[in-house]
Design a protein around this ligand. Structure first.
Ligand code: NAD
Ligand code: IPM
Ligand code: MN
Length: 348
């Protein structure tokens, strides 16, 4: 078989450190060869050249089978790096241009991983759910602006865009996933306040539900989801929600399942019109960057999602199993980033 083409964007902060380990494990597990192209996009390139994601680079990236990304974003309040430049210009631009409408964020409490939840909560059942976060619409679209900027009369807006087309395709994907799992889907929104977008999400979910009579459908307001994440997360199987709610839910979901160092994600284009992109849920963690302190597990599990997406479910399962084995012996060890990667790769 011909090699798969992999675009690698290590990015900023701990991004390159965790990406190195993910590549190590990917190569150990994959039955096929990867031909890698590395793209030095991120804060350094922007500060040196003013470039964030040149059109020619975007066009090249589109020619790959998949993308592995570390993290992007500089130190908070860096005067040379206005907030959002890299996040919007690089990360979100890729998600939008490559039509990553399913932002897939699984959360599982692996045996050996340490949850801050009490025994009483953990005793209610296994934590194993997936958040299907819409990835191309909502508040992230950039529909808004600032008027009379910097004055006492300033007006700032970000308008959430929700289209029937965009909601329906992600809701359909979530139902299909629920059917392959425990057949429970929870729609999360805030229909009591966001009545326009809420009504659209609600109606489409009810409509699609008729095609999936074996999937039980539940609805929760976003604020109530925060309660249940802390008191009964075992109730969740598939959660479907918009871009911003999904962003917030998945950091909390990470925190209750062993921490942000374990949370993987895929920005998936289910129609395969463009390559999908896999990255940890966490950011560039400037507070620990360059010190080999970052946990690369989230990046490694993201590489497993990448393999699964490319049709190599067995290889993905080997990575999951190696991570599981590593976690069960990890304890409170303060291993270096590369040591964790080596240990997991050695188990493949
Ligand atoms: P963050 O996820 O980078 O860090 C939050 C906290 O978690 C920090 O204390 C950090 O040290 C810790 N942490 C994160 N990943 C870790 C890991 N693998 N191992 C151990 N500890 C880890 O979030 P933030 O501080 O809000 O954002 C920092 C920068 O990253 C910002 O510029 C932000 O915009 C960007 N960001 C990027 C992404 C992405 O690329 N997908 C995601 C989130 C934030
Ligand atoms: C994430 C991040 C991004 C998001 C930011 C950095 C644009 O927080 O991947 O969760 O909000 O989607
Ligand atoms: Mn986030």
């Amino acid at each position: 078989t011909s090699p798969l083409r992999l675009a690698v964007i290590p990015g900023d902060g701990i991004g390159p450190e965790v990406t190195d380990e993910a590549l190590k494990v990917l190569e150990a597990a994959s039955p096929v060869k990867f031909e890698q192209s590395r793209y030095d996009l991120g804060a350094e390139r922007y500060l040196a050249t003013g470039e964030v994601l040149p059109d020619s680079v975007l066009a090249e990236i589109k020619e790959h089978d998949a993308i592995l990304l570390g993290a992007v974003g500089g130190k908070p309040n860096d005067p040379n790096l206005p907030p959002g430049i890299l996040e919007r210009g690089l990360l979100l631009k890729l998600r939008f241009e490559l039509d990553h409408y399913v932002n897939l964020r699984p959360s599982r409490l692996f045996p050996g991983a340490v949850s801050p939840l009490s025994e009483a909560v953990l005793g209610k059942g296994e934590i194993d759910f997936v958040v299907v976060r819409e990835g191309t619409e909502g508040l992230y679209v950039g529909n808004g602006g600032s008027m009379r900027t910097g004055t006492a009369a300033e007006v700032a807006t970000e308008v959430s865009i929700n289209t029937a087309y965009g909601v329906e395709r992600v809701v359909r994907d979530a139902f299909a996933r629920a059917q392959r799992r425990r057949r429970k889907l929870t729609l999360v929104h805030k229909t009591n306040v966001l009545v326009n977008a809420g009504a659209l999400w609600w109606r489409i979910t009810q409509d699609v539900a008729r095609e999936y009579p074996d999937v039980a459908v539940d609805y929760l307001h976003i604020d109530a989801v925060m309660i249940f994440m802390a008191t009964d997360p075992a109730r969740f199987d598939v959660i479907v929600t918009d871009n911003i709610f999904g962003d917030i839910i998945t950091d909390l979901a990470a925190a209750i399942t062993g921490g942000i160092g374990l949370a993987a994600s895929g920005n998936v284009n289910p129609d395969r019109t463009f390559p999908s992109m896999f990255e940890p849920v966490h950011g560039s963690a400037p507070d620990i960057a360059g010190q080999q302190k970052a946990d690369p597990t989230a990046a490694i599990l993201s590489a497993a999602l990448l393999l699964d997406h490319l049709g190599h479910a067995d290889a993905a399962a080997r990575i999951d199993a190696a991570v599981l084995a590593d976690l069960s012996e990890r304890g409170g060890s303060g291993r270096r980033t590369a040591e964790v990667g080596d240990a997991i790769a050695a188990r493949i």
